[in-house]
Design a protein. Sequence first.
Length: 374
Amino acid sequence: MKTTALSALPERLRRYVAPETQSLRLRDPLSLEYGGELENVRVAYRTWGDPANAAQRSVLVCHALTGSADVDRWWPGLIGEGGALDPRRDFIVCSNILGSCYGTTGPASPGPGGAPYRSAFPRIDVRDMVEVQRRLLDELGIERLALVTGPSLGGMQALEWAASYPERVAAVAPIGVGGRHSAWCIAGNEAQRAAIYADPDWRDGDYSDEARPARGLAAARMMAVVSYRSWQGFQQRFGREPCETHGYQVQSYLRHQGRKFVERFDANCYVRLTQAMNDFDVARGRGTYFDVLESIRQPALVVSVSSDGLYPPDEQRLLARHLPNAVHRTLDSADGHDGFLIKTGPLGRLLRTFRDAGSDPVPGAAPEALTAIA
């Protein structure tokens, strides 16, 4: 069943979803990885290109932690004529992930009684997100994907697609991510959730729209932004420049990021999604980590950001070393983990080259040849 995705959203979030976004209600209850099920799950999605291209050249783009189905907004330049994702030849799909707050069912969505789920929304897993996407693609009549790609949490989904549905995925391009969440990333997410929990308005997740845990969520976002950037990038951009009033420009920047985020996201969604990221391990229940990676046979483009301190390039090199048909490329950027959102031109060229080569890896390529210069 297709409807507009905006009608079920809280008023304050509607402005952050493009009017082109559509919504589909899943026909059957969704059984969850950690037990239980969700009924009447809605998934918000957008498409680009001619559906006639879907049989041969469907591309699924998976978004990161706080993204949406609006790829053209958060990944500008990747969709376009002659680009890495070309609507003239591709049929491109992106859906808002399960547990988010931009049209797909999550903690901010109406539950069975009509009120938002809030804390009653169950714990979910990256595999649950992929299952929702699979059902969406089934409804759209898409049997096979030429490419699944995405950055960060989106890269986790791409790897899960390759492991869960190898017969439906021709190639994958995980960006700025590893095959399982590291202790470093788990610790960062725990600290961010602690900031949310410490806000008196958190109320164990049962807050109202009028009294949300804004201070805690803003602090969590500020911590996250620091982890998404780099020492070099902050030093180049801010140095020790003072504010006109008090303190330093970098402090003002972080406070601004926190305030903006509170208006466009939901604290319970942030908690559930970061928990899902912490639990991510593509090998869980499938065998040993490296054996499972070796079983993923699709051509893969694994992309690092050179200054990424959250998912360091060594993590992607290890991933690419154990994916049997993978190449590793490095996006040269001083912007840290967020380089994949900023250096979209060079990233698009990497993706386009990979696709134009038929998604065939280049055996024995020297490491120095695997860098895209911004």
